[in-house]
Design a protein around this ligand. Sequence first.
Ligand code: N01
Length: 481
Amino acid sequence: MTASVLIVGAGFAGLGTAIRLRRAGVDDFVILERAGEVGGTWRDNTYPGAACDIPSPLYSFSFAQHGGWTRAYARGPEILDYLRSLVERFDLRRHIRFSADVARLAYADDAATWTAHTTDGRTFTARVAVVASGPLANASLPEIRGLDTYRGHVMHSARWDHDYDLTGKRVAVIGTGASAVQIVPELVRVARKVTVFQRTPGWVLPRPDHAHPGWLRARSRRPAAWHAYRRALFWAHEVMALALVWDGVFTTALQGVARAYLRRSVRDRWLRRQLTPDHRIGCKRLLLSSDYLPALQRDNCTLITWPIARLAPHGIRTADGVEHRVDCVVFATGFEVGRTGTPYPITGRGGRMLADEWRRGARAYKSVSVAGFPNLFLTFGPNSGPGHNSVLVYNEAQIDYIVRAVTLLRSRGLRRLDVRADAQEAYNADLQRRLARTTWNSGCRSWYLTEDGHNVTMYPGFATQYVRQLATVDLADYEAE
Ligand code: N01
């Protein structure tokens, strides 16, 4: 099948790209979705308590706004409903091929086209390919000894087994990141006992969630007020970037606030010591939860900080020799981060592989283009992670950049746009210089960094800077033919 644009993934990025392409008059695009439903991360992450930790007014596209969120921080099902609604609202269903799991994406030099090969043998060819398959699409199960010997139930936060009834069970949660702090408060309500295995504590700040008042639930009633509220939230997050992105006086102040919150929330000194991070706030992702610290102090919850030695047939054995018997192990251990490529191989000009190009860390130009991979555009590409603003602000900038590039190709009758290697090099040299001063590079271990400490994930600046830098497609930085 031949189209003009191939989009891989029908989550936020894929659907957003589709909406903007149609708006620009490009209608012959195809969206390849490996699952049977749209929604990406919000379709996959259905664990109890799944919610967004960015205020809901910032969590819909500015060009396709939600009619009015019910809560200050939207819960997973409401976000998934929003994404589903986009399909009908913008008539996207006819463009989507479900159960089209991309096995590889390959560029043909002579034809100047991209072909996606799916696992069931189908092929889709187009002038332009958009990678919208998400940076956190594949769950990561750590290599813990004895995993195959464990006889109880196992699940990952991103693959929740809703058929398994946790009521009255002894449950272990491995990991204490953004997913775990949402899961644990829900589990302590139903499980007999919850044992949380923490490797590294994270800084926690309260999340002021509440039901939205009527005018916010039906934003069309007072559009000006709604817009002003949304702008205020956006700028509040830009200010927060001062503390979370650049290590300095604001970071110290925010860390003081988190330390005071911990002191106020946890009376027990031993537990407080276990929960006090030794890294700078912002180095790892900030945890926002008002019920995680209280949940840990429930009678039926225990925090274990001994390293896990192995899984045994009936539980988890820690390095102190104790076996913690559990009926179910929940891995809240994060995702396989595509630092050295995407979940499927991508072959560019002259047969070069993206995974080889990125062996020493992912690099792109403005996070969207990669030299040697003409007409391939990335969403959530290298160094596009937000400091602590809505990821959709960044995603919209990427989408609009891609749509501009597609319309440029058409209007100028071009066959390919291939970013120049020197432009990519210069962009990355500047990025790494700026990243060296950020909290993410201040000495902790996180999924933002490669094994050798290279930050290929985050953008070292304000959301407004990122948006500005993607506002134009500078043809001088591309080989266009
Ligand atoms: O995963 P994580 P996550 N033994 O990688 C621990 C987004 N998100 O799913 O810190 C023991 O952050 C690991 O320990 P350590 C968001 O971007 C967004 O929670 O490496 N423990 C850590 O505690 C987020 O950043 C929302 O020492 C092991 C945990 O597992 C991203 O998803 C909500 C281990 C993994 O934490 C990932 O978050 C949820 C091992 N072998 C998630 N291996 C929103 O609200 C790992 N760990 C928008």
